[in-house]
Unconditional design. Sequence first.
Lengths: 235, 228
Amino acid sequence: MAQGNVISAPWRNPLHPFLFACSIALSPMTAPAVAEPRIRHTMQRAEWTRTDSDARRSALMAAAQTGDRVAYEKLLRDCASFIVSLARRRGVPPDRVDDVVQEALLTIHRARATYDPRRSFEAWLRTIVERRAIDVLRQVRRHGEREVHAPLAYESYADETIDLSVGIEHKDKAKRIGAALTQLPQRQREAVQHLMVDERLLADAAALTGRSKGSLKVSLHRALNALRLKMDRGD
Amino acid sequence: MDDPNDRLIDALVADLRPARPLLPPALRTLIWLMLVAAVAIGLAMFADVAAMGRRIGAIPDMWLAVLGSIATMATAAFAAFELSLPDRSRAWALLPLPAAALWVGASGLGCMRAYVLPGTHVAGFGETRDCLLFIIGLSVPLSAALIVMLRRAYSLAPPLTAAMAGLASAAAAATLLNFFHPFDAAAADLALHAVAVLIVVAAARAVGSRTLQNSFAAPVTVPPAGSN
């Protein structure tokens, strides 16, 4: 990986200004040959080397901040794979990695004004992804504590949508129809029994009873009218 | 185009507007401190500034406490602005602790004196209650202004950031209280000051963290699968 320009990264340690001031103050003015390497060593620890990929992403983000949509799309597609690898390394379950990617992409979008192009883009992105990965891991843990995987439990539960009163009402209605049938004249009752209850064809019913088809049809029509009247009256 | 990530990226790209870069945290802190200074100038017009100067300069514990509250206000506001940026360490929340320790320590020292400062008296219950109401009442607009400024950024630790904003506002209000506080340090009065500061920090944390979680940006609409 080629090395790019070197930029100091004081934000990594809030106490850096104090440490740096101390390193200058403690270096003896009388012994510059000894003091100089010490200062350089202190500065090297606080320096960070910008990689090519970071410089490229940083430039894309700087362009996106000015409203360049092409650069922004390129950056987000590039970030998506970077986020996936960071999330996997953080221990996010494979089926929740997409959640981290989407949350991180939304955060990048909302926080884009906070990115300073003089700083590392990857450090900025890494903090966002780690935060969102922790959020998802917490959700996974909470979900695991609250829910139990029991596929058979669903089948052992009663169907709450079943209305028991419907069955009782249906039985009651059948009993009333049966009682009304007994009160019909013999010929009408015979037509209902063969054509409606036993669901025979008209020709078969005519053959069994020895009556004509027309006679059976008239009897059935009259029987149904009489039954409808009785049911409406509630007899 | 059925991949949800692709659809989200398309929606985000379509939603892109130029983003004005934020000012550095130190400069943003200065802007808020200028607002506090403007309030201080306004209050000074109604206060006996000379008497306040005599009272504070009379003994070290008095001016050390004021110095501590001013330093707490500035460092807590700076920490809040640092914490409002995603890539900053949460260790910034430790920044106001030394100043707060000075503030609390110097205020507590005042209770150990065996004499009352000349030109002052020990506050009664009614006066102590007024201190509480002053701190809470003045903290509300100051913390509201600070949280509005913080919302321009995007904090990944909203409760901590909002608590820092509350601490800065409470310290500012406690500092400005000195204009109208012709009392010597008494344990009950100081305890009520501490209660007022804690109420402000807790309220800012509760209200501010929720406010900071929602940015000013309008929600992004992602089209459903198969709409393209």
